[in-house]
Design a protein around this ligand. Structure first.
Ligand SMILES: O=C(CO)[C@H](O)[C@H](O)COP(=O)(O)O
Length: 229
């Protein structure tokens, strides 16, 4: 049996997911996030689709695409889309100024493309994800393999402590065939400045700082739903 703490965190994730799918309308193109919270939203959305809601969706990871297809949600290729009506995704950390750290699941690049294309980018979380300052969660950085050593050197010049992501002892490879480097920059005084600096480094495909990309965060806290926008 799961510990009680996890049960209440799962209940908050589900409550936020249920609140978010209410914003999806008929004929919307919907961006689907990745991770345990986004999965709950996809399952809730599938119930609405099976009840007659007409949408098309695009997925931020192979895993999400497979899930959506298995639940009967019609999928469009991301490269065909010039805009997305609404997206629903999770986050690893957020602040009230709607800046985020994402990429715990390694899907940050496609998640960022979806958020950037979205007219209404909704983030859903449990109450553990709200922070005063970003940075307790390491910033995931997706790195094109041949640039790895160069990128590590450049990040170290920004005072970041780097860790190449591994799962079960094997180097993690993203859906795009790249490495993820998790970087400890400490608490971030100026996340926008850091995002700008990371954007200047050749070999970084994307980083997990989502600055100014979010329309609202729906966070469940116990029985309460809080909306930050
Ligand atoms: O950015 C992500 C995946 O790349 C996820 O949205 C983030 O890691 C949160 O995941 P979870 O909902 O499982 O806590």
């Amino acid at each position: 049996m799961k510990p009680l703490e996890n049960n209440s965190q799962d209940a908050e994730k589900l409550a936020a997911a249920k609140a978010a799918v209410q914003f999806v309308k008929n004929n919307d193109i919907v961006g689907l996030g990745t991770g345990s919270t986004a999965t709950l939203a996809i399952q809730e959305l599938a119930k609405l689709v099976n009840g007659g809601l007409k949408i098309q969706a695009s997925a931020s990871s192979v895993k999400t695409e497979e899930l959506a297809i298995s639940l009967g949600i019609p999928i469009l290729k991301l490269e065909t889309l010039g805009s997305i009506d609404i997206s629903i995704d999770g986050a690893d950390e957020f602040t009230e100024s709607l800046n985020l750290i994402k990429g715990g699941g390694g899907a940050l690049f496609r998640e960022k493309i979806i958020a950037s294309l979205s007219k209404n980018s909704i983030i859903i979380t449990d109450s553990s994800k709200k922070v005063k300052m970003l940075g307790a969660f390491n910033v995931p950085v997706e790195v094109i393999p041949l640039a790895l050593q160069f990128v590590l050197n450049q990040i170290e010049k920004l005072d970041g402590k780097t860790l190449l992501r591994k799962t079960n002892g094997r180097t993690f490879i993203s859906d795009n065939g790249n490495y993820i480097v998790d970087v400890d920059f400490g608490l971030l005084e100026n996340p926008a400045q850091l995002a700008f600096s990371l954007n200047q480094i050749d070999g970084i495909l994307a980083h997990g700082l989502f600055i100014g990309l979010t329309s609202k965060v729906i966070m469940a806290d116990g029985d309460e739903i809080l909306v930050f926008k």
